[in-house]
Design a protein around this ligand. Structure first.
Ligand SMILES: Cc1ncc(COP(=O)(O)O)c(C=O)c1O
Length: 493
């Protein structure tokens, strides 16, 4: 296929060029009815192609025209049998993958560090999670991926498992041995689903980890908006082989996606695919070079550490994405949160996320050398300061935790009910502090990094309660609970 073509972007341009008189949605009518200040800021063109799916502009849920070609081009570029454009991020991709592969009550083996949107998939599908423990890195205080050995042991213990689900790469860019895991899953005739939200660029450069499709996964999702040039909310779902029923996947896709997709978003997927297919290798070479150079310079700063290739081979670290730069600041005596705040306030640099020990800087095809220099100089200034701020730790709890040598993520609590059953059960609100022993009916996810600490159907243990109170004191935002303050929690009645 001709990867220079952008069939969907083209039909939008053709519609604008034809000067059609619009008696259709959206109500702003290609910008004329839009608030003037907004229109002036975003520009006329983007509003002119904010159209609806009328004649010639195809239908994302039932494509027959340009969207067939656009998605076929994407499938070819990603080495998939079929690709589907998503307009509600990898969040909807996770929901689609689980709903397509599983029936209520069926078991799925998945890592505990799955993104909270995987919980949405579990609740909707009614599947039973068999949690796998990802490898824990005590030095960096973070989770990596699960190994093929863990997958094998899990499937041995639960031979009736119907699908394996893996997150690779992690937020921090650590990739799993997907080929090894695919072999284990396929030996037993079950599919491998991969949340590759953070790896939409892998397929386009040999120095990056193997992509999920290359590694033989049956289905994967890519948040193209996270690391490539498509607009926020856009993502893709890829499928190959015959372990996933396409008719079921298509039915699920139609169930979850809007009947009014934003066509600007859809077109941005078309052009992001062209960019990767035609210039991806060159663009990514430059990105990798800038990131590796920044990593080397950051590592020269006293007490700052950015992990790199030396990590490869540690448990759960099969490969690494060099475009993710994790700046470990704990030896400076800062929490990652404090360092993030100082970098932003004093040096106007904003990182992607901070946790207790690290900050994560994303380098993409949009990162300039100047931006990289600003990050390096901000961190080097930060390292020179005498720890003047103590933003989040009035009680000193965090300092004790920073000094403690072991990684304190709580152990996975016992599962008492299916996530779906607990989520939909009769519930009541009780004080969080005294919720020990009750069955949780909501997801609680400190954000970032977006990993659920407790999920519907699990028992609230002392360890979980204490951990969440600590994160709360550290200023971490909690996603999921009805009560943002976490004074109360919804439990099964
Ligand atoms: C591993 C992982 N999967 C899925 C998602 C959801 O992706 P999106 O924001 O594109 O909906 C995220 C978001 O951060 C993520 O980190």
């Amino acid at each position: 296929m001709d990867q220079q073509q952008t069939p969907y972007f083209q039909v939008l341009i053709d519609y604008v060029d034809a000067g059609v008189i619009p008696f259709h949605t959206p109500g702003h009518k290609q910008g004329l009815g839009m608030d003037a200040a907004f229109r002036e800021f975003v520009g006329d063109n983007v509003l002119a192609i904010d159209l609806t799916q009328i004649r010639g502009l195809d239908d994302l849920l039932q494509p027959t025209e340009a969207l067939v070609a656009a998605q076929e081009l994407a499938a070819e570029a990603y080495g998939a049998d079929q690709s589907f454009f998503l307009i509600n991020g990898s969040t909807s991709g996770n929901q689609c993958m689980m709903m397509a592969a599983l029936n209520p009550g069926e078991k799925i083996a998945l890592p505990r560090n799955a993104h909270k949107s995987a919980m949405g998939g579990l609740i909707m599908s009614g599947a039973q999670p068999i949690w796998m423990q990802p490898e824990v890195d005590q030095t960096l205080h973070m989770d990596h991926t699960v190994t093929p050995e863990t997958v094998r042991a899990t499937l041995d213990a639960h031979p009736d498992t119907r699908a394996v689900y893996i997150v690779s790469p992690t937020y921090y860019g650590v990739a799993a041995d997907l080929e090894g895991i695919a072999a284990v899953a396929h030996e037993r005739g079950i599919p491998l689903l991969v949340d590759e939200a953070w790896g939409p660029h892998f397929h386009f450069h040999p120095a990056l980890p193997l992509s999920a499709m290359q590694a033989g996964a049956d289905m994967c999702i890519n948040s193209t908006h996270k690391m490539l040039g498509s607009l926020s909310q856009t993502a893709m779902l890829h499928v190959q082989g015959n372990r996933i029923r396409l008719d079921r996947l298509k039915a699920v896709y139609k169930l979850f996606l809007s009947t009014s997709p934003n066509l600007v978003l859809v077109a941005s997927l078309d052009v992001a695919r062209r960019q990767m297919a035609t210039e991806g290798s060159a663009l990514l070479s430059r990105t990798i070079e800038i990131a590796n150079d920044a990593r080397a310079r950051l590592n020269e700063i006293d007490k700052v550490y950015c992990f790199g290739e030396e990590l490869q081979g540690r448990p759960g670290v099969f490969d690494l994405d060099p475009t993710k730069v994790t700046v470990t600041v704990k030896d400076l005596g800062y929490t990652g949160y404090e360092a993030e705040e100082i970098l932003r306030r004093r040096y106007n640099v904003q990182v992607e996320l901070a946790d207790l020990f690290n900050m994560l800087a994303l380098f993409t095809i949009g990162t300039s050398q100047e931006a990289a220099d600003a990050l390096v100089s901000g961190v080097s200034e930060l390292a020179r300061e005498d720890r003047p701020l103590d933003i989040f730790s009035p009680s000193g709890v965090l300092e004790r935790r920073l000094k403690s040598s072991s990684y304190l993520l709580p152990t996975i609590p016992p599962t008492r009910m299916l996530p779906r059953d607990a989520f939909l059960a009769e519930t009541e609100f009780i004080p969080f502090r005294s919720s020990k022993g009750r069955i949780c009916a909501e997801v609680i996810t400190p954000y970032p990094p977006g990993i659920p600490v407790i999920s519907p159907g699990e028992e609230l243990t002392t360890e979980i309660i204490e951990y969440l109170l600590l994160e709360k004191r550290a200023g971490t935002k909690m996603q999921g609970p009805y009560d943002d303050e976490l004074k109360f929690i919804r439990v099964v009645r």
